[in-house]
Design a protein. Structure first.
Lengths: 368, 401
């Protein structure tokens, strides 16, 4: 096809006009779209403003958030101080060449346990803490755990897992002032409770003599930020109904002092239920990979809530994609409203670098 | 002179020695070693108020708490139960630590809803829970002209109107013969004995709920003794004066009955007003109807002593006074019960009322014997007495809350 100059210029003109027209239409479409989006956004803003307007009146329908004026559950100046918060970080996996893992657990019966801000109860405890410290070992290695009884009653430690009868901590009572060293080969790998099994066992467990034991597989699981969470409850007036429920022994402590995470940070949470009711750990705004009892390397399920029966435990693995406060709670509402709730404060990635520069190992609260 | 000093010294010596002993004991505990295995703490809920939200102020539950334990108590935590418990925000004035017998006001901004049952749990710093149950939450009446009017009307319905209606029976009663009059007075005694026993039982029941240091039963004994003996002394004094002047005693007795019933109605009003204010009254209309019928008999009791009296035109005015004396305290009672309830005052007034009623019984019995020569132990009088009890029992069926 031959195109002469005139034709060419006519074509160019036509192209120009069509171009201008097209741009105009495009601009109009974009403008309308932007306007509508802006309108919708304004609607959201207006709704938020309404929410703000009614906030003081409805403030107490909100869950407790640290730093807000409507912070609940803690009368002014009666919040748990940072140093009283139970460190949720378990000890790191033991080196693969250690082969023997030694622990010393001291039982005392005169511990004053602050179960909720300002509310104290007499407790029996391993190493003065409720729950006791997280014990960690590796499958096939020797666990050597020395029990020192500084109480007035005989005690034992009963470990879950595979071990000989004489290491089961049921018949061999350790008398007041006595000592006993439990030795067994750690197997299988997984998450296990340990607790006193002296009779009456209900009293010996729920006065505070319990804790978590993590047995790692021979080959380490992928490294992640780790949290150990014991779910338990406290019946202060012994009427058969718990008065406080808690992650790691203290009601609302991680609501008062949220656990800081970072966007994209992989988290492995070990959870265990040691109370006499089912517990339903649930994380907000997320799903977790579930490894029941911790006895597998591969997750069995992707979910966001799990029912832990009595003394059951699990590993939950997850990461957050966007920053903000996310609740983690027991989905039984009474458990949640009596203390089994807390917050993950998820920070943007930029803050992670700054934080890891200032501290080598990120933890919430002070030492355990 | 010397003997006077000896008297004083002999009086003061034990007092001084006791003082020395107390000071020594306070500092050394006298060699006694008593340690409580657990902290002993007790508080009582004096009053629990449910407030609706207004403007930007949220709903609140306000609990008035008194420390009735042996030492100070610190309130550290609050929970509210609906079907399960929830820990909740709270504030305390003047201070979370309450001295012995001190009071505080605990405000809980809990979004309560009308008609729901709640339970309030306060935890001391030693982890001891103190529980208070509320069967049905309803907004507690706040003081205003309108709400006062409501409770005053309640008092008029259950106290004033029935008494006056009862008094209106007087013309009919005046037609009765001697025998029927004995029957009537016996019936009145039956009514009053029932009222008195019922009031005592009520006082005992309420005394159970009083905190230990208030010694509820002792309050009842004091209340009954004060009114019984006080009115006895008063009536003797008036009697002596009237006998000196040669006047008739019957109107005086009518006034004593009116005073006794008035005090009783004050206590009754406290109970009714309190029950209404707490939303504990499920069958409001039935309760009012029950009290109207029940208290009609009080009017009869008041005029019974003067049925046989001579009535000049001026004396009719007395009937107004009698009715007001007996009925108006109900209004005071319902209002106080609603706006300033005090379990201690309720027990005290109910027992004062009981004592007054018993005194009136003695007075009427004496009048029967003295002025009308009526022996109580006659079939007509005994059956009158029993009918009085039966009438009160039957009408009382309606007012059991």
């Amino acid at each position: 096809m031959r195109i002469n100059i005139d034709n060419k210029s006519a074509l160019r003109r036509e192209f120009l006009w069509k171009g201008i027209l097209g741009l105009g239409v495009l601009t109009a479409v974009v403008a309308v779209a932007l306007f509508r989006w802006g309108g919708a956004h304004a609607g959201v803003r207006a709704a938020l403003e309404v929410a703000q307007d009614t906030a003081p009146r409805f403030a107490h329908h909100r869950p407790p958030t640290k730093g807000s004026e409507t912070y609940q559950y803690a009368y002014p100046a009666r919040r748990l101080p940072a140093e009283a918060v139970y460190d949720p970080t378990p000890p790191p996996p033991t080196p693969r060449n250690r082969h023997v893992h030694e622990y010393e657990l001291v039982i005392t019966e005169d511990v004053v346990h602050e179960v909720a801000p300002g509310v104290h109860m007499p407790a029996w405890a391993f190493n003065g803490k409720v729950p006791g410290p997280v014990l960690r070992g590796r499958e096939g290695d020797l666990m050597r755990i020395k029990l020192i009884n500084r109480g007035k009653l005989p005690h034992t430690i009963h470990f879950h897992g595979i071990h000989p009868a004489e290491m089961d901590g049921v018949f061999e009572l350790v008398p007041p002032g006595g000592e006993f060293t439990y030795e067994f080969v750690a197997r299988p790998y997984g998450v296990f409770p340990y607790h006193c099994h002296s009779m009456p066992t209900n009293q010996h467990i729920h006065n505070g003599l319990y804790g978590m034991m993590i047995i790692d597989p021979r080959e380490d699981r992928p490294p992640m930020r780790e949290l150990a969470m014991v779910m338990s409850a406290f019946d202060l007036d012994r009427d058969g109904e718990a008065d406080f429920y808690a992650w790691n022994g203290k009601a609302f402590q991680y609501a008062d002092h949220p656990i800081e995470l970072t966007v994209g940070e992989k988290v492995r949470m070990y959870v265990m239920n040691i109370f006499e009711e089912p517990m339903a750990p649930h994380i907000h705004g997320n799903m977790f990979h579930l490894i029941r009892s911790g006895t597998s390397l591969k997750p069995q399920e992707l979910t966001d809530v799990l029912t832990l029966g009595i003394a059951e435990r699990a590993i939950l693995e997850f990461q957050y994609d966007s920053p903000g406060p996310y609740m983690f709670q027991c989905h039984l509402t009474e458990h949640m409203e009596l203390g089994l709730m807390g917050w993950f404060q998820v920070k943007p990635k930029a803050e992670r670098a700054a934080r890891s520069a200032s501290q080598a190992h990120t933890t919430t609260g002070a030492g355990n | 002179m010397q003997s006077k000093w000896t008297v004083w010294a002999s009086f003061l010596l034990p007092v001084l020695l006791l003082g020395v002993l107390l000071i020594w004991f306070w500092h050394s505990t006298g060699g006694l070693r008593f340690e409580a295995p657990a902290p002993i703490e007790a508080v009582s809920y004096e009053r629990v108020v449910f407030l609706p939200s207004s403007g930007t102020v949220p709903e609140r539950i306000v609990a008035y708490i008194r420390n009735v334990g042996p030492g100070p108590v610190t309130i550290a935590h609050v929970q509210v139960r609906w079907f399960s418990r929830a820990s909740w925000d709270f504030s305390i004035v003047p201070s979370p630590t309450i001295p012995r017998l001190g009071t505080v006001q605990v405000t809980i901004p809990y979004p309560w809803t009308e008609g729901e049952p709640y339970e309030i749990v306060l935890f001391s710093s030693n982890g001891i829970p103190f529980v208070h149950e509320v069967a049905i939450a309803t907004a507690t009446p706040q003081w205003s002209a309108r709400s006062f009017g409501q409770f005053a009307m309640l008092g008029i319905y259950v106290g004033v109107l029935p008494v006056f209606l009862g008094i209106l029976w007087l013309p009919f009663l005046r037609q009765l013969g001697q025998r029927a009059y004995g029957f009537l007075l016996s019936l009145t005694i039956g009514l009053l004995v029932f009222i008195g026993v019922d009031a005592l039982a009520d006082a005992l029941e309420q005394a159970e709920h009083l905190p230990g240091p208030y010694q509820g039963v002792a309050v009842i004994v004091i209340g009954v003794a004060v009114s019984l003996l006080g009115l006895y002394a008063l009536s003797r004094a008036i009697e002596a004066r009237q006998q000196a002047r040669g006047e008739e005693m019957s109107m005086t007795i009518a006034y004593l009955v009116a005073i006794g019933i008035g005090i009783h109605n004050l206590g009754e009003g406290l109970a009714i007003g309190g029950a209404y204010a707490l939303g504990e009254v499920a069958t409001g209309a039935l309760l009012i109807i029950g009290f109207m019928i029940h208290n009609l008999t009080e009017g009869v009791a008041i005029v019974a002593p003067i049925v046989r009296s001579e009535f000049g035109t001026g004396r009719w005015r007395h009937l107004i006074w009698l009715g007001m004396l007996a009925g108006l305290p109900t209004i005071l009672g319902t209002s106080m019960g609603a706006f300033a309830p005090s379990p201690l005052l309720a027990v005290l007034f109910i027992s004062i009322g009981a004592g007054a009623v018993f005194q009136v019984v003695l007075e009427i019995a004496a009048q029967m014997r003295r002025e009308h020569g009526l022996a109580f132990a006659q079939p007509a009088n005994v059956s009158g007495f029993l009918l009085g009890l039966a009438v009160m029992y039957a009408t009382g069926l309606f007012i059991t809350v």
